[in-house]
Design a protein around this ligand. Structure first.
Ligand code: AMP
Length: 414
């Protein structure tokens, strides 16, 4: 399948070619024609699947040659949970739309509001925004939503988690009822489905299997370790295994800062990225990490959400996430087409529950590796979790699973 068969305009096809994309990813192949047809879409796709192009390319194509947005109004609104993601989407739009004469802009918090107000004054064809700042701008009459033709909710699950739903509802209430709605989410939990019902009309549902779509292979490894040895274990692994680019997930902002300091003391270049850092510092840390200037990026989940780094040789869960779904998001950052990525999870005895929930979610048992010199002192530690229930040879049975001591079957997905 080639991009030219999807119905995009020649100028968009030219930009895609210049960007070097050879063929559409599965989400693009399925999504682009549907978006072009004007239908609502509900798509399950994670970062790394090419989902941004799946909605930005058809929007750009549809807007080509149409009447521009009038003062303070917006024709397509893309809402997204984080500043980084907003900036990336805007960046993509600039590339894909470079041969069109469209007015595009991005607004997010943490930076001055005035330049954003000025940009909005002349009207914007495609606006990328985080909900909080957008609502501020609306309340200051810098923008109105009365001309919105297309609404995109990107990473809807994240926006829900981050408590943006009220802002989103307020924004939506000001939009015309008749519009096209595109909802993208990494997962489709019950909450998201409930939210979706109030947003999309008769949507075409699209889902892509991340594993197939990115042809990624991820080797997952749990490393049992004492809490107090985690810092040294990480620096040991980085030096011993010659890791040049590793994204490390920490539970807290302070934890991320402390870890970065520890690594720097060990002559490992590192920076931390989290919500307490200024936008400038976050952008710089990300750029340094991407261009290889910094070996280690210690990040909290919130800061790491949505950021476009997903082709890493390895990631480390320095602290395991409290929510099993976050584990899946995190490990999705590693693995490249054709090369195996590695996702290491440091696990202390306190992580038992987390690990079993993660294993339940992914439907497999993660292998365990003990690193010499860092053996956990607690022998009842997570090593024991290696034990999936040992598979018993199947016996033919005549009774149903409800009887006697029958154990519930371990859930298996995919
Ligand atoms: P996304 O899932 O939108 O965050 O995209 C992940 C990465 O894939 C981005 O760096 C895109 O530039 C890149 N990408 C998107 N579509 C394609 C494609 N068809 N071929 C190659 N790379 C792509």
């Amino acid at each position: 399948m080639s991009f030219s068969s999807l119905g995009l305009s020649p100028l968009i096809l030219q930009a895609i070619e210049e960007k070097g994309y050879k063929q559409p990813s599965p989400i693009q192949e399925k999504g682009i024609p549907v978006v072009l047809s004007g239908k609502d879409v509900m798509a399950a796709a994670q970062t790394g699947t090419g989902k941004t192009a799946a909605f930005t390319l058809p929007i750009l194509s549809m807007f080509e040659g149409t009447k521009p947005a009038v003062g303070n109004s917006v024709k397509a609104l893309i809402l997204t949970p984080t500043r980084e993601l907003a900036a990336q989407i805007d960046d993509n739009i600039s590339h894909y739309g470079k041969h069109l004469n469209l007015k595009t802009a991005v607004v997010f918090g943490g930076v001055k509001i005035n330049p954003q107000m000025i940009k909005l004054r002349r009207g914007v064809d495609i606006l990328v925004a985080t909900p909080g700042r957008l609502l501020d701008l609306f309340q200051q009459n810098a923008v109105n939503f009365s001309k919105v033709e297309i609404l995109v909710l990107d990473e809807a699950d994240r926006m829900l988690d981050m408590g943006f739903i009220h802002d989103i509802r307020k924004i939506m209430a000001k939009m015309p009822k008749k519009r096209q709605n595109l909802l993208f989410s990494a997962t489709f939990s019950d909450d998201i489905r409930k939210l979706a019902k109030t947003i999309v009309n008769n949507p075409v549902e699209i889902s892509v299997n991340t594993k197939n779509s990115t042809v990624k292979a991820i080797e997952q490894i749990i490393i049992p370790v004492d809490k107090t040895s985690k810092n040294n274990l990480l620096s040991h692994l980085i030096i011993d295994r010659n890791w040049h680019q590793v994204l490390v997930f920490c539970r807290t902002k302070h934890g991320a800062d402390r870890l970065a300091k520890h690594l720097i003391k060990k002559n490992i270049t590192a920076s931390a990225i989290h919500g307490n850092k200024s936008q400038g510092a976050r952008t710089k840390a990300l750029a340094d990490f991407k261009n290889g200037g910094v070996q280690v990026l210690a990040a909290t989940d919130i800061a790491a959400r949505g950021i476009d780094i997903n082709e890493l040789p390895q990631i480390v869960n320095f602290d395991l996430p409290n929510v099993a779904e976050d584990y899946v998001h995190r490990i999705g950052r590693t693995g490249r087409a054709g090369a195996t990525g590695h996702a290491y999870s440091f696990a202390t005895v306190e992580d038992k529950k987390n690990i079993s929930e993660i294993q339940k979610l992914i439907g497999e048992v993660i292998k365990t590796e003990i690193i010499a010199g860092f053996e956990p002192s607690d022998r009842l530690g997570p090593v024991a979790l290696k034990s999936p229930k040992p598979k018993r040879p199947k016996k033919p049975r005549t009774d149903g699973p409800a009887g006697g001591n029958a154990k519930p079957k371990q859930p298996r997905r995919r």
